[in-house]
Design a protein around this ligand. Structure first.
Ligand code: CTP
Ligand code: CA
Length: 236
């Protein structure tokens, strides 16, 4: 009965979240991947569901246990994908009727031009290089085809030596992508990926800092949803 009476500030909202790192096959046993743990995106999904949203979580490769809470949540549907192309297809097909789309996934920028059907072997001679082709920009496609009233949010993990350069890069990226909000998080060899705490700066469509949050990835996720609500409540 308590559940039936549940109302959160994201009640009735239809949300799509992507998370994890895509993997681009080289041959049947090897791939090009990245260090994304998927934890921040999973927390974005869980935070939204806890506040009443219905969430479709599209997850590429994630660290062990990262999807446990999301998978148990009655308002979260988890879809697993591997490559950037698979992630793009899953997110794009879910985005049609979504109110908010949040792309947290670390999407491979390139895929292998010719994936080998058999395991590459040194017997075939030394491998000099692997030819790559660029993957489609999923986020840019979402923005281009978004329906009226839909809020699109991107994430950017950046390395930089100083804060001003980091912000400038994030502003350029937000403009290039055309997203309503871009959450910037600084990464280095140790920060950001496996850590349970995170720090984000959220850039709005006026290029101002819309929000800033530090804390657990769940706290950061809640701060992001506050910023999304502020954008959606603001008069157009
Ligand atoms: N993204 C995407 N499709 C891609 C690459 C990235 O949708 N092919 C999304 C990510 O999920 C993220 C945002 O775009 O939300 C920013 O990703 P990022 O890698 O920082 O941006 P890029 O445009 O790929 O720029 P860069 O060359 O700096 O990697
Ligand atoms: Ca990229």
């Amino acid at each position: 009965f308590a559940l039936a009476l549940f109302t959160g500030d994201l009640d009735g909202l239809e949300v799509v979240v992507s998370t994890g790192g895509t993997r681009e096959p080289i041959d049947p046993v090897r791939y090009i991947g990245n260090r994304s743990s998927g934890r921040q995106g999973a927390e974005v999904a869980v935070a939204a569901a806890a506040r009443g949203a219905h969430v479709r979580l599209v997850a590429a490769h994630v660290d062990g246990g990262v999807l446990d809470e999301a998978s148990r949540h009655p308002r979260i549907e988890v879809t697993r994908v591997g490559t950037a192309a698979e992630l793009g297809a899953a997110v794009t097909s879910s985005a049609g009727d979504a109110d908010v789309v949040v792309m947290v996934a670390a999407v491979a920028d390139y895929r292998v031009a010719e994936v080998s059907d058999s395991k590459l072997s040194k017997e075939d001679g030394p491998l000099q290089s692997i030819a790559l082709v660029q993957n489609d920009d999923i986020l840019a496609g979402l923005v281009a085809s978004r329906r009226a009233g839909q809020t699109v949010v991107g994430f950017a993990a950046e390395t930089a030596t100083d804060g001003a350069e980091l912000l400038a890069r994030a502003r350029r990226k937000r403009q290039r992508k055309g997203v309503d909000l871009l959450a910037l998080n600084e990464v280095g060899w140790s920060a950001g990926f496996e850590a349970s705490d995170n720090h984000i700066v959220v850039i709005g469509s006026d290029d101002e800092v819309a929000a800033e949050a530090s804390g657990t990835k769940r706290e950061v996720a809640d701060a992001l949803w506050d910023a999304v609500l502020a954008v959606r409540d603001a008069p157009a």
